[in-house]
Write a protein that binds this ligand. Structure first.
Ligand code: SF4
Length: 424
């Protein structure tokens, strides 16, 4: 069996990241070698995104970069852009295979052919793909039809992985030395719904905390309507990271209705209030779209005010991008680019203000930090970067190797992109 040298890369969401990690583990189990330098590769696998026009452009640039780095490598393209425009991508120089989302789970076999599997414990060690935290895909697809969303069209109906399979994968990751597991999916909160389990995600988290000794378990993006106040009881277990990411998308009820979002200012505010009351040291991050069709100046101003009132720690701000096949693309009253740019600047300024206030609020506190990477030198040694359990990026200088270790650290002040810390 020939061992191939494989490079894997992605554009887009945490799920694309989790899938790349899963593919890497399967290639290794197949006897192939994961390399970081495209110039060395036989095969380059690229997981693409099409959520916005810009994401599609980034995906094409990623393909062109791979081709430029190694004209002899076989480029395999998968992901949402491969699902949206297979013909277009198949004609790009160097591309030998285009594999859509529905075949993605079989990608390794489709690329290198079925072969004897090596010991699954030969799982990639923390850091081998340049990452210390392991993203585990537990769900795919979505049954909602938010008006702006092309993902739901490209990923198909919601479907969940069996809990036993997830537990086994997490056990192997913990054996391999991972300290933090991040559960991810297209619509994570709908885990188990298609199996008639409305509390499916809650049950899964309970089982994972009961049946594994995972030091840190984190949940990626959660749609607000999937959660009720009782969901936050899960955080009685301090291994569940006190950070939730809630895609609000707009802080204005009229805009939310046109977006076909199943949330309102009132229900979202009540949820945030319940979470803050139940989860100590909680940070909440979120997604907001500006410039959705029909968004008046008054609606935008209302959205700004609501976002500020919710006290997010930080925001991902997206400019509305018309996507083929979505309901919003067929709507009238699209917002001129100049107006979108002006609103983007104002919402980003608010996000920066909230992030500053959030960091200020945590100065002096002591948190557990998972140290991830070292960069640059300091008189005391390396400058280490890590993540607190409540999702604050922190930096410290230390002469010792800290990567993939969890230590307590006192946050001592603001730093570029995060906070300064000293290890306790
Ligand atoms: S919940 Fe809405 S935004 Fe999220 S994947 Fe489904 S359709 Fe898209």
């Amino acid at each position: 069996m020939t061992a191939h040298k494989i490079v894997l890369d992605y554009v887009g969401c945490r799920l694309n990241e989790a899938e790349i990690e899963q593919m890497a583990r399967r290639f290794v189990c197949h006897g192939d070698v994961i390399v970081r330098d495209a110039a060395e590769a036989d095969v380059i696998v690229l997981n693409t995104c099409a959520v916005t026009g810009e994401a599609a452009r980034k995906s094409r640039r990623m393909i062109a970069r791979a081709r430029h780095a190694n004209p002899n490598a076989s480029i395999v393209v998968t992901g949402c852009y491969a699902e949206l425009a297979p013909e277009k991508l198949a004609h790009l120089p160097g591309v030998v295979q285009v594999i859509g989302n529905r075949q993605k789970d079989d990608l390794v076999d489709l690329v290198v052919g079925e072969g004897a599997l090596l010991d699954a414990r030969e799982i990639l060690r923390p850091g081998s793909l340049g990452r210390t935290r392991a993203f585990v895909k537990v769900q795919d697809g979505c049954d909602n039809r938010c008006a702006f969303c092309v993902t739901t069209l490209l990923r198909g109906k919601g479907h969940s992985r069996p809990p036993g399979e997830i537990i086994e994968e997490i056990r192997l990751l913990l054996e391999a030395g991972y300290q933090e597991i991040v559960l991810t999916g297209v619509h994570l909160g709908s885990y188990g719904h298609e199996l008639g389990r409305p509390q499916g995600l809650r049950e899964l988290v309970e089982v994972l905390l009961a049946r594994t000794d995972v030091p840190r378990l984190r949940l990626s993006s959660l749609e607000p309507w999937d959660l009720d106040g009782g969901f936050f009881d899960l955080w009685a277990d301090r291994r569940l990271c006190p950070h939730i990411h809630l895609p609000l998308q707009s802080g204005c009820d009229a805009t939310l209705r046109r977006m076909a979002r199943r949330t309102t200012q009132a229900s979202f505010a009540a949820l945030v209030d319940a979470a803050r009351k139940r989860i100590p040291d909680l940070t909440i991050t979120g997604d907001v779209i500006i410039g959705f069709p029909g968004e008046t100046q008054a609606e935008f101003t209302e959205s700004l005010a609501f976002v500020e009132a919710m006290g997010f720690a930080r925001l991902h701000v997206f400019t509305y991008s018309s996507r083929p096949g979505t309901a919003a693309a067929r709507m009238s009253d699209h917002i001129p680019l100049a107006v979108k740019k002006e609103r983007l600047i104002r919402m980003m300024a608010l996000s920066d203000h909230l992030w500053h206030a959030c960091r200020q609020q945590h100065v002096g506190r002591i948190y557990d930090v998972l140290w991830e990477s070292a960069h640059g030198d300091a008189p005391e040694g390396w400058v280490w970067s890590g993540l607190t359990d409540n999702y604050l990026r922190v930096f410290t200088a230390a002469p010792t190797m800290l990567n993939n270790t969890i230590t307590s650290a006192r946050l001592t002040g603001l730093a570029k992109g995060g906070l300064q810390a000293v290890i306790c």
